[in-house]
Design a protein around this ligand. Structure first.
Ligand code: S5P
Length: 381
């Protein structure tokens, strides 16, 4: 951490204080959740099948404030919007009080990332409170995701009721157009339905091509839902709601991948600086960074730093160096990252997943990272 970062006010401030200083509802919520659960631990749930993912989320949920997914490495991911894996993770998040972070690292042009975020089979925006971006294509992709989230947000706490009525032929016309009937638009998050009657031609018989008119009327109405959360109860026990804090806001949040943990990565200080600028330009959507230490340098900065590449030496051998994974990953301890480098949340995968007793190990990581936060902010543990 450079000298200016050491002095930055957010390094010494408590999460409670920082909650009051952000205008982003989800960032504020996350700060308060951390204080409530005394946890600044994110579990990187890199397991290979959906059943394992759900049971892990249920088991480790009490220790964490964030569950990080890579949905594309999970076999058997169920895409059903109401009963699928995303929705079931949502129910577990409600039960244990954590947010879901899909580590999608969007990295394409603006239009493409909008669709990857809001559409397709996964419809990530529906179940992930937080996503991240690999900003290599440029700052425009950040803005594009922000716009997509804003659009989604403006519609999400309304149920969309769509009725499609295909009318019977009402008249004959003659023209030379033999187009097939078009299919009704689907309710894509980025594509509002046309609310007009559409005329489609179809072929008829003799001489000149005749056509009949079918009327397809698409109507769309929005009805407010009672709860800001989807109320589907999927499994027994899933209806439980974590006490002590209200439900998370609907606002979605973005993290910018500004530094990486892997050896020999191509991130440069100039690039990291561009990430900081993009974050400041999109404060109503960007909540922070994936980085190896705080990137708050301007007086008004209050971004949350989340750091992967974390492992603890075995109990009783705290001074031992931690080896990388042989595939480029490098590890540091919570004390170094949270205490010295000013990171706020540690992201831990295999350090917990490969332990003999993952639940107990998650608690060990939680305690160590929280202790480092308390020491950094001058609070007693
Ligand atoms: O710089 C990074 C950024 C990320 S998001 N380095 C990382 O390792 N990650 C992710 O954090 C990575 O994709 C993986 O899901 C997790 C680290 O896992 P672990 O098993 O090494 O703790």
């Amino acid at each position: 951490m450079c000298a200016s970062q050491e002095r930055h006010a957010t390094v010494a401030a408590t999460f409670t204080q920082r909650a009051t200083k952000t205008n982003h509802p989800l960032a504020s919520y996350l700060f308060r959740l951390m204080e409530l659960k005394q946890s600044n631990l994110c579990l990187s749930a890199d397991v290979s099948n959906a059943r394992e993912l759900l049971s892990l989320a249920d088991a480790i949920g009490p220790s964490i404030v964030l569950l990080k997914t890579h949905y594309d490495l999970v076999a058997g991911w169920d895409y059903h919007p109401k009963t699928g894996t995303g929705a079931r993770l949502g129910a577990l998040a409600r039960k244990h009080g954590f947010l879901i972070f899909e580590d999608r690292k969007f990295g394409d042009i603006g239009h493409t990332v909008q669709l990857q975020y809001t559409a397709g089979t996964a419809r990530i925006i529906d179940w992930a409170h937080i996503v991240n971006i690999n900003m290599i294509p440029g700052k425009a992709a950040v803005k594009a995701l922000a716009e997509a989230a804003k659009h989604w947000r403006s519609r999400v706490n309304y149920e969309v009721n769509t009725s499609v009525t295909v009318g019977t032929p009402v008249s004959d016309l003659f023209n030379d157009n033999g187009d097939e009937d078009e299919e009704a638009d689907t309710v894509g998050a980025m594509h509002p339905l046309p609310q007009s009657a559409q005329q489609h031609d179809s072929n008829t018989t003799t001489g000149r091509k005749g056509s009949i008119v079918s009327i397809t009327t698409l109507t769309q109405s929005f009805e407010p839902v009672d709860s800001p959360r989807v109320s589907t109860t999927i499994n027994e026990g899933d209806e439980l709601v974590y006490a002590g804090i209200e439900e998370p806001p609907w606002e979605r949040g973005l993290l910018i991948l500004a530094q990486m943990s892997s050896a020999g990565n191509y991130f440069t200080p100039e690039y990291t600086q561009a990430c900081q600028e993009a974050a400041r330009d999109n404060k109503d959507f960007v909540i922070g960074f994936i980085a190896q230490g705080t990137l708050n340098t301007e007086p008004d900065d209050n971004f949350i730093t989340m750091t992967p590449g974390v492992q603890l030496p075995p109990e009783g051998a705290e001074d031992e160096a931690i080896a990388g994974d042989g595939l480029g990953q490098q590890y540091n301890t919570p004390t170094k990252l949270v205490g010295d480098a000013g990171s706020d949340i540690i992201i831990v995968g295999r350090g917990i997943l490969k332990a003999g007793a993952p639940r107990a190990e998650a608690e060990r990581y939680r305690r160590r990272a929280w202790k480092a936060y308390l020491a950094r902010t001058g609070q007693r543990s």
